[in-house]
Design a protein around this ligand. Structure first.
Ligand code: ADP
Ligand code: MG
Length: 393
């Protein structure tokens, strides 16, 4: 029932094969990968300086390649559903001049990472990308690509190995070259993820704590609705502005510093929508801190209840859910053995995440499939390792 994704060795083999085809029988010297992620709880809290609790996935982006002499770069992606062409050729600037974004748009993630790589100038190289992270599904294929590419560059010209600086450079790449003003969560967990652990990130101090999540009786089920409602594109920036406005009215640097008491005290100075947005963020930050504590105690029922509260708040207060995600969550919660379920990622489509007892997994996927009117993809996952260097063979 669950989707069978290419394993990491299979992806490396695919990428090696394509590398050999494109570069006339050559073998790549380097292979690396970085994971996508799922956020267990703490949605739309990152840009409000709050907490998030993601984990790294077994779904990864692989980069294989080799250094060459000169300044020329060739990058090829094996992923089909990106804009054409799937191969780009460009020259690295010999001085500090910028590597500007252009077309195809997928290559801008690569160019951004090169631009923000902390040890320049770089020599030329050839690389092939292969990935098992679904694109645009809210599992952060973009951060996994950035972090994998950064890890690849580290093999060509090592930096000081500072992991936080690496995640921040990848976030910058997404800001400047993909024009996505994302928070730090995706790149952080793709760099710092650890097998058998979720990662509690304080988006204000950038402190990250690994929380054990390696119970053999527990599964994290991801259900991809395979829908993406393209709204005007202004939903994310509008939410960010509403949060900033609420913080300003409350006299706080960010909503992280605000309590529900502060918010209730300022209710008559906020319009209804701004109040609802702020309430979601303030309560979600608190919920995420509580969820991390529940996880430490193995209190999965408690954790699941917080997941459901998070979903309801995203649906009713932050208004970023959609009927498909609501249906998937309701269906999951009807099954015995399911602790909790919620939408995950930015919203308006993409995936839900469900915490389920291992022996209930089959009946859970069966029930969700029966109840849902559309094509689904299931990923049965456990917390996995962050970015790493692989064997090329
Ligand atoms: P998400 O990060 O949720 O998957 P985004 O819209 O942030 O969705 O990022 C998806 C974009 O990242 C793709 O449209 C593409 O431009 C780029 N991308 C991700 N993975 C790959 C890949 N394997 N090859 C080429 N481009 C990729
Ligand atoms: Mg992304």
């Amino acid at each position: 029932m669950a989707s069978s994704c290419a394993s990491v060795p299979e992806l490396v083999a695919d990428a090696r094969r394509l590398f050999g085809q494109v570069f006339e029988g050559e073998t790549p010297q380097v292979a690396v990968c970085a994971p996508g992620r799922v956020n267990l709880i703490g949605e739309h809290t990152d840009y409000n300086q709050g907490f998030v609790l993601p984990m790294a996935l077994p779904l990864v982006t692989v980069v294989v390649g080799s250094k060459i002499s000169g300044q020329d770069v060739t990058v090829v992606t094996a992923t089909e559903d990106v804009d054409e062409p799937h191969r780009v050729d460009f020259s690295l600037p010999s001085d500090r001049s910028p590597l500007c974004p252009g077309t195809p748009s997928w290559a801008n993630y690569v160019k951004g990472v090169i631009q923000h790589y902390r040890v320049r100038p770089l020599a030329g190289f050839r690389a092939v990308i292969a990935s098992s992270v679904p694109l645009g599904g809210g599992l952060s294929s973009s951060a996994s690509l950035e972090v994998a590419f950064y890890t690849f560059l580290q093999q060509l010209k090592p930096d000081d190995g500072d992991k936080v600086a690496k995640a921040l450079a990848c976030q910058q790449a997404e800001h400047t070259h993909a024009s996505v003003p994302c928070g730090i969560m995706d790149q952080f967990v793709s760099v710092l993820g650890r097998e058998g652990h979720a990662l509690l990130i304080d988006c204000r101090s950038l402190e990250a704590n690994h929380i054990p999540l390696a119970d053999p009786n527990l599964i994290i089920l991801i259900t991809n609705s395979n829908v993406k409602h393209s709204l005007t594109g202004s939903e994310y920036p509008t939410r960010r502005k509403q949060c900033e406005e609420a913080a300003r009215v409350l006299g706080k640097a960010s909503l992280r510093d605000a309590t529900m008491k502060d918010l209730e005290g300022a209710k008559d100075r906020l319009d209804d929508v701004t109040y609802k947005r702020a309430r979601h963020v303030i309560e979600e930050i608190e919920r995420t801190a509580q969820a991390a504590e529940s996880l430490k105690r193995g209190a999965y029922k408690e954790f699941g209840k917080l997941m459901v509260e998070s979903h309801n708040s995203l649906r009713d207060l932050y208004e970023v859910s959609c009927s498909e995600l609501d249906e998937l969550v309701s269906a999951a919660l009807e099954v015995e053995g399911v602790f909790g379920s919620r939408m995950t990622g930015g919203g308006f489509g993409g995936c839900t995440v469900t915490l389920v007892q291992a022996d209930s997994i089959d009946r859970t996927t069966r029930h969700i499939k029966e109840r849902y009117n559309g094509t689904l993809t299931f990923y049965v996952t456990t917390p996995s390792e962050g970015a790493r260097v692989l064997s090329t063979s």
